[in-house]
Design a protein around this ligand. Structure first.
Ligand code: DGJ
Length: 734
């Protein structure tokens, strides 16, 4: 059983994989946190309740003189009534007064996991994969009921949380913050790791010690953003990739978010995560309810690497959905960096012709096929094929690509509208705008108002018509600017701050309709590269374009950072032409070895390559086919970080540890310093592995403890891939 309840002490304990989580109900009904960490055997952990004694200047609730809320470890703290730290929930009543204190009402234990209304979330394939605890709480004064959900996965050290608020009273309630989860740790001796970045420099790893006060990552852009990812790790100071305790906090959400860690005067640490309370408010009329997005809480006592592997497995098996969940993804070629807007059907077919020689599966026609679009200054919203430009219909183009032996994919940017488009001329009010205020342009475009059902219906009809008009098996969904003038006419003024979240709900609704209507189409999400790499998008689209930066050396960092939180099988990665966006020249072997640590593809003009290059690509693609299942489904081990020096190394290890692939990259040659020893990870210590390229047979423990010496790297940007295969008999030992 994953959820235990001790009636005598009114204490809950949840077991999830190798983790336990516990909280208790006080006699007054407050819900106090007890424990989160490695698995413990006892069900009743009420003896851990020790905090909450008086502290100067704190006030105690009238019915609980023995404790105060500011120093208690709480499960879902309110605001304004004595807890002065970050609130999990804040609300205003009709007379303008603020204050929430939620008390326990009842609880239910459910087998499996219920979906969250209108929001993406992790799911169970079978009901026995998880148990969900639903704790009903309420603030009787407000007439506010909040149900706290905790889903404990049996196989993973993961608890997911969300909250559903309901107005059970007679007066309106204005919700000012509804966080997805809050965890009050008893200590503060932790580091925080987060992923920061910018366009073409996404998800760099940053680690710092927690300090007193609040430290947070978040977005107010309307999307999760390039700048800070909705993911953070709180770990012990001695935690490394391989050892130590690490807690992951991540949101299944694509809009404004905040993950905050607050170290208190008592040196406790409160972590809250959810929709960013800035620019948020939600009117809850009597009878209405509001659901928070899901928060994923992962635990590892095998370091940060262990945490990532747990999250990867969860997302591969219990978040990503549909036909492509377990299906081998196509090796694709995208024409963007090959042609930009300058293409027609003949050019694309010529690329497909060369691609077929290398064994590439799919050609993606990127931006520029619709309306009259030949640059980024028009036509978004006019999703009709520009046959004059292509020189044929879409169906004919798809057929011609197919005749070359490739499947066909297409690009859309549905959430945008160009001022110079027929759609905008017909419906200027469909762009997000504030009446009477000039609208901001980003990349010459406005954002379409996804809150409006008529907008979603129009997009659904236009996209469906295109997808039905030709043999299309892939769709890239782009999003190239952040939201401004976030206002939606028609909503009453008191609902003005709902628009940010309503936009995301509208987006999710459209994605649900489209993915249901076209279940066999492979969707890839994109936002000027990796500006919306989040679990919300991953729920609808099993892969996300990592970055517009395809320089392989830079990509080492981008993909390494991304792998902290997201599975390799979700990371779009392509081999670029050496001359694009970079003065750096790297070998095809290097570029392809980096790109294969993702959903492998190409983004270059194959017609400009020599037949020798084509042959080299073919040879690499053939090698890749052998490794592809291992890369897509294996456990990922980060051995050396590109953020720490010239070397990067990572490994993919099969679940049964029967094989592994090691990739080792040296970005610049260091003189007289070549004795590089790598200690491998994740192998079976007692199995013996054949090590390709070395002709060694060595045991897993030797490879992990003694290590493997990497060959001397010649020049900059060198790399080596080593395959390890467990073998039954001893042929040769070293
Ligand atoms: C931004 C994307 O990240 C690129 O891959 C490409 O699709 C362009 N948009 C097209 O405008």
């Amino acid at each position: 059983m994953a959820v235990f309840y001790d009636e005598n002490t009114r204490t809950f304990k949840l077991d999830a994989g190798k983790a336990s989580y516990a909280f208790t109900i006080t006699p007054q009904g407050d819900i106090f946190h007890l424990y989160y960490g490695a698995h413990v055997s006892d069900g009743d952990l009420s003896h851990l309740q020790g905090r909450g004694g008086g502290a100067s200047f704190c006030a105690s609730p009238a019915d609980a003189p023995e404790y105060n809320l500011d120093t208690s470890l709480q499960e879902y703290p309110g605001n304004g009534l004595g807890d002065f730290r970050v609130a999990a929930i804040a609300a205003e009543e009709a007379n303008g007064a603020s204050g929430v204190r939620l008390k326990y009402v009842s609880h239910k234990i459910l087998q499996g996991k219920p979906p969250i209304p209108s929001l993406p979330s992790t799911y169970c394939n079978h009901a026995d994969e998880a148990q969900t605890l639903a704790v009903a709480t309420q603030d009787a004064h407000l007439g506010l009921r909040v149900t706290l959900y905790y889903c404990a996965f049996a196989q993973y050290s993961v608890i997911t949380r969300w909250a559903i608020a309901e107005n059970i009273g007679a007066r309106p309630i204005k919700l000012q913050s509804v966080q997805s989860a809050c965890v009050d740790f008893d200590e503060s001796d932790y580091d925080m790791i987060s992923l920061h970045g910018a366009w073409i420099r996404e998800r760099a790893v940053e680690r710092h010690a927690l300090f007193h006060g609040t430290q947070s990552v978040g977005s107010k852009r309307g999307s999760s953003g390039h700048q800070l990812n909705p993911f953070a790790v709180i770990c012990r100071k001695d935690a490394t990739e391989q050892h130590g305790e690490a807690y992951g906090f991540q949101l299944v959400y694509s809009g404004n978010f905040c993950i905050e860690a607050e170290v208190s005067q008592m040196h406790t640490t409160r972590v809250t995560l959810g929709i960013n309370p800035t620019d948020f408010a939600w009117m809850l009329m009597p009878g209405e309810s509001f659901a928070s997005p899901e928060a994923v809480l992962g635990y590892s006592d095998e370091g940060i690497g262990g945490l990532s592997r747990t999250l990867h497995r969860l997302y591969r098996n219990n978040l990503i959905r549909g036909t492509w969940k377990h299906k081998t993804r196509p090796v694709l070629i995208n024409n963007w960096e090959a042609t930009y807007f300058d293409f027609d059907a003949d050019k694309l077919v010529a690329i497909a012709h060369e691609a077929a020689k290398t064994g590439i599966d799919l050609l993606v026609m990127d931006d520029g096929w619709f309306g009259v679009r030949n640059s980024d200054n028009c036509s978004l919203g006019d999703w009709t094929v520009n046959e004059d430009k292509l020189g044929c219909s879409l169906a004919t183009l798809a057929e011609r690509i197919k005749a070359e032996g490739l499947a066909f994919g297409i690009w859309f940017e549905p959430e945008m509208i160009s001022p110079d488009s027929d759609l905008y001329r017909a419906h200027p009010d469909w762009a997000l705008h504030i009446p009477g205020r000039e609208s901001s342009l980003g990349r010459n475009q406005y954002v379409i108002n996804m809150c409006l059902p008529e907008v979603r219906d129009n997009l659904f009809a236009q996209i469906s018509a295109v997808l039905s008009s030709a043999d299309i098996s892939y769709l890239k969904w782009d999003f190239n600017r952040n939201l401004t003038e976030v206002f939606s006419a028609g909503l009453p003024p008191e609902r003005g701050r709902e628009v940010w979240h309503r936009y995301i709900l509208g987006l999710y609704e459209l994605l649900e309709r489209l993915t249901e209507a076209f279940p066999d189409v492979l969707f890839e999400s994109c936002s000027g590269g990796g500006g919306r790499f989040d679990l919300g998008m991953l729920y609808y689209m099993p892969q996300t374009w990592c970055s517009d930066n395809t320089d392989a050396v830079d990509r080492l960092k981008i993909q390494y950072g991304t792998s902290m939180a997201y599975p390799i099988a979700s990371m779009g990665a392509h081999v670029q032409m050496n001359t694009i966006h970079s003065s750096r020249r790297t070998s095809l072997q290097f570029r392809a070895s980096v790109a294969m640590a993702g959903t492998f593809g190409y983004e270059l003009d194959l017609t400009k390559l020599s037949q020798d290059d084509i042959a080299e690509m073919k040879a690499f693609n053939e090698e890749f086919r052998k490794w592809q299942p291992l890369i897509a489904t294996g456990d990922f081990y980060r051995l050396e970080s590109p953020f720490e020096g010239a070397h990067t190394a990572w490994m993919f290890v099969a679940a049964d540890k029967s094989k592994a692939l090691l990739s080792y990259f040296c970005t610049f040659e260091t003189k007289n310093d070549w004795r590089h020893l790598l200690r491998l990870q994740g192998l079976n210590p007692t199995a013996r592995y054949h090590v390709s390229g070395y002709d060694f047979i060595l045991s897993g423990d030797t490879l992990m403890r003694g290590g493997l010496r990497m060959p001397k790297q010649q020049g900059d940007a060198a790399c080596v891939n080593v395959m390890l295969e467990a073998c039954a008999k001893l042929e040769k030992t070293r």
